[in-house]
Structure formats: structure tokens, C-alpha cells
Design a protein around this ligand. Structure first.
Ligand code: VGL
Ligand code: ZN
Length: 202
């Protein structure tokens, strides 16, 4: 059983959004096109309370993209994004989300950020995604969506740890930082994740 995890395909990460990722809009038609290749499609949704501590605005004197220590974990400070029930947190209407069988929300605890769809960054809380996939008989996990160097990357790394054969769909993701993505790819390859460069590889 092959599952596609569509990570954070939300307006704030798309063109015009609060944390817009360059060229992110172009992955939407690609994701729509590949969804039928999978036995199961699930989604993650970044879903922050208004005063989430990953927001630079919660740290006077700091700026967006500063790196701080947040309760013992390294934290990049972000613009306010994906606030619960705001239009920026909604999925793109260009995305055909009808096939999505389950949505896993993350980032709700304001004291800790949550990049992976499986755990928060402190690995304190499990979203239940791994158990859900196992319960559905999934053995292979494919990750796509936004952002390549953060939530897609961390989700892929945790998918391997949960025992899934894992594929990073490089052609269906876009990065915030190209350099961070290159470093992430090195780590993913070390961990046995397959990087797929074109839909023909599916
Ligand atoms: C993400 C930064 C902050 C992501 C979420 O979806 O990659 N990045 N929150
Ligand atoms: Zn976030």
C-alpha cells in the first residue's frame, strides 16, 4: 500500500501568503496529477494559535528568520502564518483535496513548533499519523507539499523512523532555502530515503 502525504498545501505558503515559498504554486497541478497513483492520500495542516511562539512578533527585538533557543530547542522565527481558522491556514482551492482521507493538524501547542506531520519538534506529542498509516496497511510513504526544507523534510525523516519505505517527491515540493534543501537531501539519502525527480519515476 502506497500513501501520499501532502504536507501543508496552505494559502500562507503559496503566492501572496504570509510565508510564501518561491514557485510554490506550480506544484499544485503536479500534486493533483499524481494523486491517482496512490492507494491513500492524507494531508497535514499547519494550525497555529494566534500567539504561537514560533512567530517573530512574539519575540520583541528579534526578526523573521532569526534563530533562537525556544525552551531548549533551536527555533527559526517565522512571520505570523497559518493561524487557526484564517484564510491563510486554509488549503488552496486549486488543490483537489477531495481524495484526502484524513488530515493531521500540527503546531497547536504554542510553546513548541511542529514541522513533521508525525511529531512536534520536541518529539513530545505524536499526531497519530504513523499509527493511522500502519492501520491502513501502508508500507510505502511518499511526501510532497511545502516547504521542502522544513515540513516535508522532517515528515520524510520521521516516516523512515516509523518503518516506512520513504520517497521524497522533489518535483512536487519547493523549498524556503535552496541551501537548506541541499543539506536536507544529504541527510535524507543517508537515511535511505529515495529522492524522486520526476513523476515518471512513480
Ligand atoms: C513550515 C515553517 C513554519 C512548513 C511550517 O510547512 O514547512 N515552515 N511552519
Ligand atoms: Zn508553522
Amino acid at each position: 500500500m502506497k500513501a501520499l502525504i501532502v504536507v501543508d498545501l496552505q494559502n500562507d505558503f503559496l503566492e501572496g501568503g504570509a510565508l510564501a515559498v518561491s514557485d510554490s504554486d506550480k506544484i499544485i497541478p503536479m500534486i493533483n496529477e499524481i494523486q491517482p497513483y496512490f492507494d491513500l492520500v492524507v494531508a497535514t495542516q499547519d494550525w497555529h494559535p494566534p500567539h504561537h511562539q514560533s512567530f517573530a512578533s512574539e519575540h520583541p527585538g528579534h526578526h523573521v528568520f532569526d534563530l533562537i533557543d525556544l525552551h531548549g530547542l533551536p527555533q527559526v522565527l517565522w512571520p505570523v502564518h497559518c493561524v487557526q481558522n484564517t484564510p491563510g491556514a486554509a488549503f488552496s482551492t486549486q488543490w483537489d483535496s477531495r481524495v484526502v482521507e484524513a488530515i493531521f493538524r500540527k503546531g497547536m501547542d504554542k510553546t513548541v513548533d511542529s514541522y513533521s506531520g508525525f511529531f512536534d519538534n520536541g518529539k513530545r506529542k505524536d499526531t497519530g499519523l504513523a499509527a493511522y498509516l500502519l492501520g491502513r496497511g501502508v508500507t510505502q510513504v511518499y511526501v510532497a507539499g511545502l516547504a521542502a526544507d522544513f515540513c516535508v523534510y522532517y515528515s520524510a525523516m520521521d516516516a523512515v523512523d516509523a518503518g516506512f519505505k520513504t520517497y521524497f517527491l522533489d518535483f512536487a515540493t519547493q523549498a524556503i532555502s535552496q541551501q537548506a534543501l541541499e543539506e536536507a537531501k544529504v541527510e535524507m539519502i543517508k537515511k535511505g530515503i529515495q529522492i524522486l525527480n520526476a513523476k515518471e519515476a512513480l
